[in-house]
Design a protein around this ligand. Sequence first.
Ligand code: A3P
Length: 285
Amino acid sequence: EDGKYILFKGLLVPKLSHSSESLQYAADFQVRDDDVFGVTYPKSGTTWMQEILPLVLNGGDLTPVQTIPNWDRVPWLEETRAALILDSQPPPRAIVSHLPYWLMPQSFYQSKAKVIYVTRNPKDIAVSSFHFHKMASFLDDPGTFDEFLENFLSGQVLFGKWTDHVKSWRNPDIEDRILYVTYEEMVQDLKGVLSRFAQFLGQELTPEALEKVANHCQFSNMKTNAMSNYSLVPQEIMDSSKTPFLRKGIVGDWRNHFSPEQEARFSAIVREEMKGSSFQFPWDE
Ligand code: A3P
C-alpha cells in the first residue's frame, strides 16, 4: 500500500477516484433486476462499454454520449461519483465495475441484473496499463516494462491479478444472466457484438440504429468525442501529450513490447493459473 492507492480487501484501488465511503456504497448498493453491468478488468474495454451500453439501451440516441462525460454517463459502481449518479438515475441503469465477482454488492447475487463481461488478451492489457501508468499522475510510475510485468503477474496492480478476476466471473451461479465477450471480437466485428448485446438485453436496434451506433463507437470516432476521450481531465492528472488515454485501440500491440523471454514466462504463468477454468483463450496467443 502506498500514497496513491487504497488497499481494499487485498486489492489496490486509486485514491483519486475511490474512498472508503465509495467502496462501502458499492457493498451496500441495492441492485435492481433491470440494472445492466459492464464488468471489466482495467484496460479491457471499460470506456468502450460506457459508450456502447447507453446506446444499446436507448435505441441508438446519441444524446447521452455527446453530452455526458463517460464517468457520469455510466459510472463505476465502486467510485466516488456513483452515488451522485445512480441514486437518481431512471431505469434501466447502466453501470460499469472492475470488482471481482466476490466483491459485488450482497444484493447482486440474488438479483436478475444482467452482466456483460469483457475480457482482453492479458498481454495487451499489460501493455495498455503500462502506458496508462505513465500518463496518469494518480498512478505509480510503472518502472521498466519488465518490472511492470512482474507486478502484473503477481497481482500488485489495480484490482489485483487478471487471472483471479477472470476466473471469478466464470461462476455457474450467474450463467443465465452473463454474456462473455472479448475485446478482440469487438475490434473484429463490432456490429455483430452490438447485435448480441441488444438481443441479450432484450432491446430492439433497427438496422439503421445498429449502423449508427457501430460507427459512433469506432475507435477513431471515440477518440474525437470529448465526452469519452478524457480530454476534460486536467493535464496534471492525465497527460495525453505522453500517451493518449485512447491510445491505439488495436489487437496484438504486445508484439511490439514483449521480448520472447517475457512472452514465454507470461504465457506459462497465465496458462497454469487458468487451468481448470472454463475460460478459453479465444485469441491467437
Ligand atoms: P490501448 O491502450 O491498447 O489503446 P479501459 O477503457 O478499460 O481503460 O481500456 C482502455 C483500452 O481500450 C485502451 O487500449 C483504449 O484505446 C481501448 N479502447 C477504448 N475504446 C476503444 C474502441 N472504440 N475501439 C478499440 N479500442 C478501444
